[in-house]
Write a protein that binds this ligand. Structure first.
Ligand SMILES: Nc1ncnc2c1ncn2[C@@H]1O[C@H](COP(=O)(O)OP(=O)(O)OP(=O)(O)O)[C@@H](O)[C@H]1O
Ligand SMILES: Cc1ncc(COP(=O)(O)O)c(N)n1
Length: 274
């Protein structure tokens, strides 16, 4: 029997299917990783925005985590929308208790449409409880600014923010994503030792809902398979670039990305080599 790699996402549900739990599970599947979820909140959401947020009771979140960790096992785990400070405390406790060292923290704060997905009162717990446990943290530019207190405009600022996330806040590595910058989107990885830059062409499209979730889900899936962080980020950049380039044109607002584009490219390449 083949060895099955398993990844868990702890995040919010996006009824529209483009971000959150749904984006994470689709991404895991496309990378041949068995996906599991612990839902923190249910959002009523589509490409036009977030129309309602319904937090789950803490007990329900804890039960989901214990159920999957105790029986199925987890090779890597990621966090997305955590909503409230108590959820961060709970997740930090569980990650420590079960020694889940391949932890990818996507510090989701605000949805594309402007809805808040993390209470301001939770920022302290994010900084002090979760970041020190992270194998890698993957903020976009506004999130990096909130966490570090720096103003991030240039590539040098992105590097400084990534450095601080590691040296000051205790993450083992950080990727500051450049989707919100001007010009070519460059992502900056600092692995505690070296900076690595990942640049691709910018695609002018409104279909970028869930890019951050998808990007961090690829990193999680690749770490679950045993990839090194640098390789995992390289794969994430390729995956998200293809997912944006091959847009699906769904919905009247910020549509989802194409979660099967990377897989399809692999299929095409395999056919050509036959
Ligand atoms: N228009 C674009 N063209 C190409 N790549 C992009 C574009 N927008 C974002 N990216 C890439 O997508 C990934 C996610 O970056 P981004 O900064 O958008 O994250 P995010 O804001 O957390 O996403 P979201 O909040 O939509 O989930 C990064 O690799 C970034 O460089
Ligand atoms: C449940 C959930 N998690 C994360 C996001 C962030 O994605 P985006 O910034 O693209 O709206 C979201 N909108 N909804």
């Amino acid at each position: 029997m083949e060895r099955v790699c398993k990844a868990l996402t702890i995040a919010g549900s996006d009824s529209g299917g483009g971000a959150g739990i749904q984006a994470d599970l689709k991404t895991f599947q496309m990378l041949e990783v068995y996906g599991m979820s612990a839902i923190t909140a249910v959002t009523a959401q589509n490409t036009l925005g977030v129309h309602g947020i319904y937090d789950l009771p803490l007990e329900g979140i804890q039960k989901q985590l214990e159920a999957v960790i105790s029986d199925i096992g987890v090779d890597a785990v990621k966090t997305g929308m955590l909503s409230q400070p108590a959820v961060i405390e709970l997740v930090a406790d569980q990650v420590s208790k079960y020694r889940l060292d391949k932890l990818v923290v996507d510090p989701v704060m605000i949805a594309k449409g402007g809805a808040s997905l993390l209470a301001e009162s939770a920022q302290h717990a994010l900084r002090t409880r979760l970041l020190p446990l992270a194998a890698v943290v993957t903020p976009n530019i506004p999130e990096a600014e909130v966490i570090t207190g720096l103003q991030v405009s240039t590539l040098a600022d992105m590097k400084e923010a990534a450095l601080r996330l590691v040296e000051q806040f205790g993450a083992k590595a950080a990727v500051v994503k450049g989707g919100h910058s001007q010009g070519e989107p460059t992502d900056v990885l600092y692995d505690g030792d070296t900076f690595h830059l990942f640049t691709e062409q910018r695609y002018e499209t409104r279909h970028t809902h869930g890019t951050g979730c998808t990007f961090s889900a690829v990193i999680t899936a690749e770490l679950a398979k045993g990839a090194r962080l640098l390789e995992a980020v390289q794969t994430a950049k390729r995956f998200i670039t293809l997912a944006i380039r091959n847009e699906l044109g769904i919905g009247a607002g910020h549509g989802p990305t194409n979660h099967w584009a990377y897989w399809r490219e692999g299929q095409t390449r395999a056919k050509e080599q036959r």
